[in-house]
Design a protein around this ligand. Structure first.
Ligand code: GLN
Length: 575
């Protein structure tokens, strides 16, 4: 097992995740089996209880783990399936150590950060790195470990110390460190001082960078690279320039051009490793496909505009997987994606009174868009705006995709305006509402008091019901009889209203295994009005985009028929 640690300095949010995923992808193109671990130095046990407006989206795994959004990057780039244990947090490590202490496992010793916490971190990394994550079912060979936050923070100190020890535990030929830094451009000059300071910090903690990846708005000048090499005490081939590129999908190619792999292969004693020819050719194929995808995307000029009507639009990372899935689907449809961000409260009557210009702007975006997407969300703020957008989509034959909350919104809109139960809503927004006419109700089997990890989470089967051959969603899933997708919700469509709703044309074409839970909806006769109670964005892959998203983009681009008649919609229907 070879470990490649990716840490960061200067500031957070400079693209460590993309760099780490891209590095993993390059190892895969060489034929290696790659896994990844994300370390988040916060105290929370997981990302489940964190506000998306503070920390970006909460990513959900097959096993129901609610984890940091970077795990999504890894799954998408590396086409792997991770587990909740692949996301280490301070909270998880401490509770693990405290549990052992309560069990008396430390045999009377004083339990301390060093060595107990640092050992627990190292043991965890070693154990989890060996979990098979791809369809080979075999142990991975390369483990990318991304350390969140910036080196030097109080929070990350135990992890930095653990990694310092870890390089000796596994041996220098099995450990490489990439430190991601920032080179700001001030008055036209590329400044290296922040990087010098960051590397100094790193070295003072006992870690030596094998590579310094410099994030910069523009290409790094030769002089800058030389200067960083000299002041940071590394060779020029150890300085990698990662300037802003057209899209993050170009980053692996940018790293490859700079011969990053050559250096890492040498450092990790991988140069003479003989891989089976099958693995080698799989890797080569992956590189070819990746190149083809990025270059064909560069050459697509027609655009498609999607209005994303949500409630966390002030932090785009709240919808990271949705954005990525829209990108994947647009690449498949050869379209340039334009997302218009619409804060749903701006579509409401109240904004019309308090801020007329925002109200008109928001409606302008919705009316101009080729398609509308209402993503997941919690709480009552902004709901009326989403309902209004769904009504607009239904009445004007505009493609609409509702995800989780977005499906519930489409149902509320339909029950109010087509069935005529004007006051109908979700019990999430009004717990006192009349259950007989509520569109959305509590799921009986979830905990209603404790919030951490108690929703209906993770992968579940959704079966297409009988007589759904007309369904666009079913065709998009290659005619499969069932699909496996990830869930994260506490409420569901009121089973008591299903008959009435369906009689008016809004069909629940997919249900869970008990057939009591409505999982997919589609409006018969509409261009594309679909909803999923599950979150298809969590398993969308760069090279295998999520089908409901492909449907939205294709129908918004006017090419749905072409896509449906193409022969590459085969769906594995397994996990
Ligand atoms: N708040 C809704 C529920 O709990 C929708 C959840 C979501 O969109 N992820 O059912």
């Amino acid at each position: 097992m070879k470990y490649v640690v990716v840490s960061g300095g200067v500031i957070s949010g400079i693209g460590k995740g993309v760099l780490a995923s891209s590095t993993g992808l390059l190892f895969k193109t060489l034929g290696f089996r790659v896994t990844s671990i994300k370390i988040d130095p916060y105290m929370n046990i997981d990302a489940g209880t964190m506000s998306p407006l503070e920390h970006g989206e909460c990513f959900v795994l097959n096993d129901g783990g609610e984890v940091d959004l970077d795990l999504g990057n890894y799954e998408r780039y590396l086409n792997i399936t991770l587990t909740r244990d692949h996301n280490i947090t301070t909270g998880k490590i401490y509770s693990h150590v405290i549990e052992k202490e309560r069990n008396g496992d430390y045999l009377g010793k004083t339990v301390q950060v060093v060595p107990h916490i640092t050992n627990a971190i190292q043991d965890w990394v070693e154990r989890v790195s060996r979990v098979p994550v791809d369809d080979s079912g075999l142990e991975p060979e390369i483990c990318i470990v991304e350390l969140g936050g910036t080196v030097g923070d109080i929070e990350s100190a135990p992890f930095v110390e653990a990694l310092r020890q870890f390089q000796f535990r596994v041996g220098p030929e099995n450990f490489a460190l990439i430190h991601v830094s920032l080179v700001p451009v001030i008055h036209g000059e590329q400044k290296t001082k922040p990087t010098q300071a960051a590397i100094k910090d790193l070295r003072s903690l006992g870690l030596t960078p094998d590579m310094i990846a410099c994030r910069c708005q523009e290409e790094l000048e030769a002089g800058t690279i030389e200067k960083i090499g000299m002041f940071c005490h590394v060779g020029p081939n150890q300085v990698i320039a990662v300037h802003d590129v057209n899209s993050t999908y170009h980053v692996p190619l940018l790293l490859k051009e700079q011969k990053m792999m050559k250096y890492l292969q040498k450092k990790l004693a991988l140069e003479n490793v003989q891989l089976p020819t099958e693995a080698l050719s799989k890797g080569e194929q992956l590189l070819i496909k990746w190149r083809k995808l990025t270059s064909s995307h560069d050459k697509s000029f027609e655009s498609v505009t999607i209005a994303l009507v949500g409630k966390y639009t002030h932090l785009k990372d709240s919808y990271l997987s949705v954005i990525k899935s829209l990108e994947h689907a647009s690449m498949k449809c050869h379209r340039r994606l334009k997302i218009e961000w619409v804060e749903s409260t701006d579509l409401e009557e109240e904004t019309k009174i308090s801020n007329l210009s925002n109200y008109h702007k928001a409606w302008h975006y919705v009316c101009q868009a080729d398609g509308i997407l209402v993503p997941g969300g919690f709480g009552s703020r902004g709901i009326e705006g989403m309902v209004a957008a769904a009504k607009y989509a239904r009445e004007n034959d505009v493609p609409y995709l509702g995800i989780c909350l977005g499906l519930q919104i489409a149902v509320i809109e339909f029950v109010r305006n087509v069935l005529g139960y004007e006051k109908s809503t979700s019990m999430e927004f009004d717990p006192e509402t009349d259950e007989a006419t509520a569109s959305v109700v509590y799921m009986p089997d979830v905990d209603q008091i404790k919030l951490g990890g108690t929703m209906r989470l993770g992968i579940h089967e959704t079966k297409f019901v009988a007589d759904t051959d007309w369904s666009v969603l079913k065709k998009l899933y290659g005619g499969a009889s069932s699909v496996y997708e990830r869930h994260r919700h506490r409420y569901e469509v009121n089973p008591k209203l299903v008959g009435e709703i369906e009689a008016k044309g809004l069909k629940f074409i997919g249900k869970d295994e008990t057939e009591q839970r409505m999982e997919m909806l589609e409006l018969k006769g509409h261009k594309f009005l679909c909803g999923t109670q599950y979150h298809p964005e969590y398993i969308s892959k760069v090279l295998d985009p999520s089908r409901p998203f492909v449907g939205l983009i294709a129908s918004a681009s006017g090419i749905l028929e072409d896509i449906l008649s193409s022969d590459d919609l085969d769906y594995k229907g397994e996990f």
